[in-house]
Design a binder for this molecule. Structure first.
Ligand code: HEM
Length: 169
């Protein structure tokens, strides 16, 4: 007999409170294959899609760079391309989506009014593409992907800030 299998959807939670996020909030977009796949698996197909990464770069410039810097090197908000996370779950794509969609503390408000889920996935793909941290800590990659992964170069702006920090501490 055929057993009907309910489409399983992961439970997404607010990064700070742990409350279940209502995914029907905010800016609506076309329900793309990438969004559907992501909501069911936590895998972002856009991570390997050059066009999506490019689109994510310009979305990041308008929605995020004012606080996080154009190269995600950090400004009012933390750097997003390094491997230190205030919220460790941001090292995987489900956690990163939860933080962007639902927000965190202080100025990091929920982005669901501003961006569709598909746009959030594009921004996430760009953030992963500029990652300059260690491969070992890149939790969004499978063990197999880690074998060939090459981190990007650390932006000079981040390097400078890091050197100044080390000088003063
Ligand atoms: C924190 C992403 C927009 C200010 C974070 C974190 C992520 C993130 C992933 C957590 C980093 C960690 O765990 O270390 C983004 C993205 C944005 C965006 C992708 C655009 C879609 C903004 C804007 C502001 C902002 C517009 C300022 C108005 C902050 C601040 C924090 C933060 C202050 C620290 C909050 C905390 O530690 O709880 N952001 N952000 N972000 N962001 Fe954003």
């Amino acid at each position: 007999a055929m057993i009907p299998v309910a489409q399983s959807q992961l439970m997404f939670r607010n990064t700070v409170t742990g409350d279940v996020l209502d995914l029907s909030f905010g800016k609506k977009g076309e329900k793309t294959e990438a969004v559907e796949h992501f909501l069911n698996t936590g895998e972002n197909h856009y991570n390997t899609d050059e066009d999506a990464i490019k689109a994510g770069e310009s979305l990041f410039a308008s929605a995020c760079s004012g606080c996080h810097g154009h190269l995600a090197e950090g400004k009012l908000g933390p750097a997003l391309g390094d491997d230190y996370y205030t919220y460790p779950k941001n090292a995987n794509d489900k956690g990163l989506f939860e933080t962007i969609y639902g927000g965190a503390r202080s100025m990091m408000g929920p982005q669901y009014n501003n961006l569709s889920k598909d746009e959030i996935l594009q921004i996430m793909a760009w953030i992963r593409s500029i990652y300059w941290g260690s491969t070992e800590k890149a939790d969004w990659l499978t063990e197999e992907e880690k074998e060939t992964f090459q981190p990007a170069a650390m932006p000079a702006e981040f390097k400078e800030a890091l050197e100044n920090f080390n000088k003063n501490h």
